[in-house]
Write a protein that binds this ligand. Sequence first.
Ligand SMILES: [Zn+2]
Length: 242
Amino acid sequence: MPSYSQTAEAYAALTTQVVETINAERGVNLQWTVIEEDGVLKVSIDGYLITPDSRGGPPSYRTIFDEVDEYVAFWREPAPRSFLPRDRDAILQELSTLTKRRLLWQEKADLIGSDVVRTTFLDWRLSVYLVSHRTGRPPPEFRDSRLLYQWWSYGGHLPRLALSWPTGSVGLANMDDDEEDIVDHVAAVLRDEVSEEIHALWPTCPLDRSHQLLADVALWRCPQDQRVQIPVGRLGIDLAAS
Ligand SMILES: [Zn+2]
């Protein structure tokens, strides 16, 4: 049974209106069906499943439209050849948010970078920066709210944050800005990368160098002895056990 009060037919009728509008506005030709999965009605576009956020009620034209439109504008390959004012607004909004978030991520990355420099021979500097989703190219640039190059040459993707170190880089998950989660996430990436680079475990436990510390709520912890709790960013400075 669909969990929404509306029938699959009514849902399909709404989706038809949405897809026809988007096909016309964006010059695409979306193929779609409505399917039911685990009792929930979903739109399948080229096999990509969209579950409109119903916020408690049956999905409206607007909720279906927003989900499908975002998919077509920013996630579907290839990017549409149209660039609409609402795309510009969405990108500017995302750039503004990410520009602020980047500073927080960089601050936390610097903590882990200082641990690396202090406890290994690596002179690594970590950098958090903005890239285009998937393409890895620089994010779109605007001048007076006008995109500086053609939309489809950019690839039609939203920007996101990425982390780089001298031997590699990784896209950062679209996480909430919980500061301890950020520290733990970056620490987990660097634990593997540094270990590989120095051909040894990093960071090792000060009590027993045969095993690695794990970052948990922004503390380097020993998996065997809970007295070992060193704040990330204080490795090689603070005493191991308290
Ligand atoms: Zn230990």
